[in-house]
Design a protein around this ligand. Structure first.
Ligand code: EPZ
Length: 446
């Protein structure tokens, strides 16, 4: 077990290069199953979830070579179509191999990806779409696997009842080799999906965004290998921009995705932050004056991303006044609140007044957990103090690490594996910005 020892307060300043986008990298790895040619992926982040996803495709017979941030995958011979439980159950995106396995080999067994710390996260929308394309998929609670078969996948008209980012991607991955044309309606619009589409089209797929929240995929008989550089990570950039503002510092971000972060930049400026567009892919974020409270409602693209709300809450603890965050995508995404409260933050839960919550919220209303809330109100500014902290999920982890940098004193932060899932070498990059953060092996408690 590792932990971080962090001393604060720290002012962060300097340069950071944003890593490749986790939420593209994981799906790019899945595309290797769609061809027996080699694919070469550049700008791949060194994060735990990428290594886990590589274990998934290796268990299905792929040969993988990692050379810095370049990963080469040759899927010569798929040994089997069963994703091992101990790998698949740890990574939600492992379920996305369903489409490629069904379209190429007619069968697949994947562990139930199950929930994680931010909610139930079922894949019912993925399954319903695959069934419309001719798959039979049954869940066996005895072995914890989804058992999927398809003599061949055929094109279909699929209209998602509610938005789903990876659901949209799962159906794209299933449709590229299917017989005929598939049209996805109410398809997700996150820009990471467009990067995946560009990669698949470079492999010979025929995918277009054919209308408002509509994607058309014309099935082709075969895909070929390619070489592709994935986009950089919007979530990393938002985290570093918030780090600059919260610590009253100044961080210049290279490989910036600001052109895909309009709602974030609007909120950032409303809070009193300043950003300079140094060139097309370089953005400087810095503190200028007292932070102001800004109310946030998270939403699907192009709204304020749910992945940004956790570090944003930390920023709002430093704002002069009361701000609120209304989380509408996941049903349990405030795990960091208790950690910030330990440091003196003044945060209260509330239930926003919503007329038809079963329609309004992006999660399945029946999945909500008794006693959770969709809103928090934050009163600031608060001088945070050190504490013994833990990271319960990826974005909450980044929030807690930043909070320890704002706080006065030395904090211990447990659960480092959570933040390593999605932030490449976060400690060394924060050290380069002036942070006092040390990763140490925690003696196993005997
Ligand atoms: C993706 O999750 C991202 N993960 C998330 O990033 C991101 O927060 C989310 O999209 C929203 O943009 C990856 O791409 C690997 P959804 P995903 O399907 O696809 C419910 C991070 O920190 N739902 O759009 O799982 C679901 O539980 C992660 O990098 C169903 O009920 O999100 C959620 O509440 C966190 N049934 C809501 O809908 C389904 O079949 C939106 O889910 C599918 C989803």
């Amino acid at each position: 077990m590792e932990k971080f020892i962090i001393n604060g307060p720290t002012i962060l300043h300097g340069n950071v290069t944003i890593a490749g986008a986790k939420n593209v990298a994981l799906k790019a790895i899945v595309t290797s199953l769609l061809t027996d040619d080699e694919i070469v992926l550049h700008n791949m982040p060194h994060i735990r979830d990428v290594l886990l996803m590589l274990e998934v495709v290796k268990s299905l017979g792929a040969n993988v070579t990692i050379d810095g941030n370049t990963i080469r995958i040759a899927n010569g011979h798929t040994k089997n179509t069963i994703v091992p439980l101990e790998i698949g159950a740890r990574l939600r995106t492992s379920s996305m191999v369903l489409g490629p396995m069904l379209s190429r080999y007619g069968s697949a067994m994947i562990p139930n990806p199950g929930g994680c710390r931010i909610g139930a996260r079922p894949i019912d929308r993925h399954i319903e779409g695959l069934k419309l394309m001719g798959a039979t998929i049954d869940y066996d609670s005895k072995d914890g696997y989804f058992h999927a078969h398809a003599r061949h996948l055929h094109g279909a008209q699929i209209s998602f009842l509610k938005n789903t980012h990876t659901g949209t991607e799962t159906l794209i991955l299933a449709a590229v080799l299917a017989d005929g044309t598939t049209v996805l309606k109410n398809a997700a619009e996150e820009v990471e999906i467009d990067d995946l589409i560009a990669l698949l089209n470079a492999m010979g797929a025929k995918i277009t965004r054919s209308g408002n929240k509509e994607i058309t995929i014309v099935g082709v008989p075969k895909l070929h290998g390619t070489e592709y550089t994935i986009m950089s990570d919007r979530n990393e950039e938002a985290t570093f921009a918030i780090a600059a503002l919260t610590t009253k510092g100044d961080i210049t971000v290279h490989h910036s995705q600001r052109h895909n972060m309009k709602t974030f930049l609007e909120a950032f400026e409303k809070a009193g932050g300043v950003y300079n567009m140094l060139d097309d892919t370089t953005t400087e974020y810095f503190y200028d004056k007292q932070i102001q409270p800004v109310d946030i409602v998270t939403g699907i693209y192009p709204g304020f991303m749910t992945d940004w709300q956790a570090p944003w809450a930390l920023l709002m603890t430093q704002a002069a006044g009361i701000s609120t965050i209304h989380e509408t995508v996941f049903e349990n995404r405030f795990s960091y609140v208790e950690e910030l409260r330990k440091m003196g933050a003044n945060i209260a839960y509330f239930d926003p007044n919503v007329e038809h919550p079963e329609i309004f919220y992006n999660f399945n209303w029946k999945d909500r957990i008794h006693g959770t809330h969709q809103g928090i109100s934050i009163t600031g500014p608060t001088k945070l103090h050190n504490a013994i902290l833990s990271m319960n999920d990826l974005r909450a982890g980044a929030t807690v690490v930043l909070a320890a940098m704002v706080a006065t004193g030395q904090s211990s932060v447990y659960g480092v594996e959570q933040i390593d899932r999605g932030y490449e070498h976060i400690d060394t990059r924060l050290q380069a910005l002036g942070a006092s953060i040390e990763r140490i092996e925690e003696d196993e408690v005997v």
